[in-house]
Design a protein around this ligand. Sequence first.
Ligand code: NAI
Length: 352
Amino acid sequence: MKIVAVLYPAGEKTAKENPGLLGCAENELGLREFLEGKGHEYVVMSDKEKTLDDALLTADVAITTPFWPAYITKERIEKAKNLKLILTAGVGSDHVDLKAAAEKGITVAEITGSNVVSVAEHVVMQILVLARNFVPAYKNVVEGGWDIAAIASRAHDIEDKTVGIVGFGRIGQRVAMRLKPFDVKLFYYDFRRATGAEEATFGARYLPLEQLLCCSDIVSINCPLTPKTDRLFNKERLFAMKKGAYLVNTARGRIVDTDALVSALNAGHLAGYAGDVWYPQPAPKDHPWRSMPNHAMTTHYSGTTLEAQARYASGIRMCLEAFFKGEPIERDYIIVENGRVASPSYSYAYEA
Ligand code: NAI
């Protein structure tokens, strides 16, 4: 079989010096020996254009990653006559046209849970970075300044603040658990409501989205990108948020309308924005989020810590082993199977 992987580039030297960077193209998810030992062809690249187009034509399996997304469009799926399996090295398969994959009977799976702790930790970090006005404080030090008034006039404690989590799945719940000891008031919105026992465990109560937005000092977005969440945070919703609130988005860039966010920050309606996800990726040099005021954005790496890379690389290998043996892939990993979008986190948006 032919397995094609599109992974982020690290450069030969960096990849060699850091073998733990398993998710880069040079280190190939650590799969070459395993795949070639079984007689398979393994083609790895970072190019997301022509080289990928050509390789996909005869591929049986495609491996992609959200950190360096190769967009597996309907057009590409239609041309890839042998394609049977698309695997996401990470979590979040929105870069694949799920409907087109379902129509062609292709299975789509991701490594569910592989980086949820990594992302939850990043969310907590970015909430604190915004609330404590960390980025200007750090810049002030590096630039030789000591302007306490300028920094402290925008610095807050998060104790007693209201935090709203949109998408209360694996990451959203872990964010809640990590924030609970900060003595914040926690609310969540999800189209699937948690049980009373779960709400008690996480210390978070359900609120409809519009209510959550208008009462939260801090909002964290943790739902997948689907046709229902594409630009969910449009101009109307961003300006319906509490004035002076912070928004953290580690889910997907397209859940927030690019220009509307810039307007909300320029107008001072939002006090700050952070996250690590952009559209498109990599973000072009002139992406407006790079230069908007009061942001603490990073490149997309929250879910690709060294620990996360080890987990998703081994998850990909498990999926391939099952696939070669004709055995079922881990149930929780399945996004599309048997001609339908099967993951409960995605199916809601496709069945309606
Ligand atoms: P999950 O599937 O465990 O949870 C997602 C939750 O969102 C589910 O409870 C689902 O019911 C809810 N949801 C779906 N549509 C919704 C809607 N329209 N409104 C409200 N809630 C909705 O997924 P997990 O592991 O928590 O990941 C969530 C997302 O985070 C991923 O789909 C991915 O896009 C993103 N992610 C980002 C990473 C990064 O490195 N920045 C790494 C891992 C995930």
